[in-house]
Design a protein around this ligand. Structure first.
Ligand SMILES: [Zn+2]
Length: 450
């Protein structure tokens, strides 16, 4: 990504140098608009409309057929007053650090995007442009993560108080530093690529959009083999009845599964979980070792849910839509960073300027934060479809409901999330909603209601 002519041999080509009206005769006109704004705007409109349309038409908005009798979620029906109180108490203590952390991220992003503070601080860095970009990414990350660190510790003490976390502080800190390191590496690649493109290509939104799509797909594909092993050890499930049953169920489902992997999550948490990640050659179904303490038929129900994700290709599909979203983000970044107000307020004349690192990080962080609720909305529908898949495959709503109860109690799930929590954080329907779905499914299929 460095210039073949050595550092700084290619002078930054600021947008200001290339107004469409004057670029042809080589004149420069500082303060005029970037080239290709109209094309980038059209690309954003077309890509954005396509992404929205694909999402709207392919999201399973209704998990069960219309004739399924509706069942209202009712936490009091399945959980004792003590369990409900414990869930509410846990929710009350983990809320403040989570909201503060989110607020901090958004405020920092706003400061970087709308004030010259970031550009001023990054303006003090010395060296070739690419080094200044890398140091800028590092400086912003360190500043934000230092502010977030005590909030993370505060959150962790609550997880320990409730017996969810079993980590020591050094192990917790190591996990956190590894996570920050991986995110920073990805951010650095992205920011460096944007600045490099802005320095070489006038209408850089096009290669940036293609790059954003490609990077998203590549990262999702590589995630299970490159990132997950940094945090956990994975081993194939031990030979035995459970493994035989799970593979037989996958075969019955028509989903090719060579192995179910077990993650050593118990060194970190007492929570139960399972997931599917990757696609194609990297696709894997993983269960936490903590989950294996549950009765075998409940583990089967969890894996049946994961098979639902595998069968519908949810990871690949989510990655492709995410890649389209990232491409939209690249066009949006071009348009927003070209806007006179943003250039003036942020003190960054163009993204070809190495001081733009903070502005790029701020804008990307804002866009990611704002897209979260939309991702959750779609994710909840996809999760409900996987639940229905598990019910169709096992035809065992009673065990499904038992498994949901076990998840709720072990993980101290929020049994009555308020609307803000639901919109911001809920990637799954709430446990009472999932149990209600099983009851509705049972009524539809003429089976006794669990
Ligand atoms: Zn799921």
């Amino acid at each position: 990504m460095t210039s073949p002519h050595g550092p700084d041999a290619s002078r930054p080509r600021d947008h200001d140098d290339a107004d469409p009206a004057t670029a042809g005769n080589g004149a420069t006109a500082p303060g005029t608009a970037a080239p290709g704004l109209r094309a980038a705007g059209w690309a954003l409109a077309v890509l954005g409309a396509a992404t929205l349309a694909i999402t709207a038409f392919t999201t399973p908005w209704r998990a069960l057929p219309e004739q399924a009798p509706p069942v209202a979620p009712d936490a009091a029906r399945d959980f004792t007053a003590e369990q409900l109180a414990r869930s509410a108490a846990f929710d009350a203590v983990v809320g403040p650090p989570a909201y503060l952390s989110l607020g901090l991220t958004l405020v920092t992003a706003g400061v970087l995007a709308a004030t010259p503070l970031g550009a001023r601080l990054l303006g003090r860095l010395k060296g070739p442009w690419w080094l200044r970009v890398l140091l800028g990414v590092l400086a912003v990350t360190v500043a934000v993560e230092l502010l977030r660190w005590p909030l993370g510790m505060w959150q962790e003490t609550h997880l320990r108080d409730y017996g969810l976390s079993v980590q020591t502080w050094p192990a917790w800190a190591a996990d956190r530093v590894k996570g920050i390191g991986i995110r920073t590496g990805l951010t650095a690649v992205m920011v460096l690529a944007v600045v490099a493109l802005a320095r070489r290509v006038q209408r850089w939104w096009l290669p940036a959009a293609l790059g954003a799509f490609t990077l998203t797909v590549a990262a999702s594909f590589a995630y299970p083999v490159l990132v997950e092993p940094v945090f956990n050890d994975f081993r194939p499930m031990a030979a035995g009845q459970l493994r035989d049953d799970l593979l037989a169920m996958a075969a019955r489902d028509g989903v090719p599964v060579e192995d179910v992997l077990v993650a050593d999550a118990s060194r970190r948490t007492t929570a139960l979980n399972a997931y599917v990640s990757g696609f194609g050659a990297t696709r894997r179904i993983v269960v936490y070792d903590t989950l294996l303490r549950a009765p075998a038929d409940e583990v089967e129900l969890v894996v049946a849910h994961e098979l639902g994700h595998a069968e519908s290709g949810d990871v690949l599909y989510g990655t492709l839509v995410g890649g389209l979203g990232a491409a939209c983000g690249a066009c949006l970044l071009y348009l927003v960073s070209s806007a006179r107000t943003v250039r003036r307020r942020s003190g960054v004349p163009s993204l070809a300027d190495p001081r733009a690192a903070g502005l790029i990080m701020g804008l990307v962080s804002l866009a990611t934060g704002l897209s979260g609720p939309v991702q959750n909305l779609v994710s909840r529908q996809v999760e409900a479809r996987a639940d229905v898949h598990a019910l169709d495959l096992t035809r065992d709503p009673a065990t499904f409901a038992a498994m949901q109860k076990r998840l709720a109690i072990s993980n101290i799930s929020d049994l009555s999330p308020d609307i803000v929590e639901y919109v911001l954080y809920a990637s799954h329907p709430s446990i009472p909603e999932r149990i209600a779905l099983a009851r509705s499914w049972a009524a539809l299929n003429g089976l006794p209601e669990p």
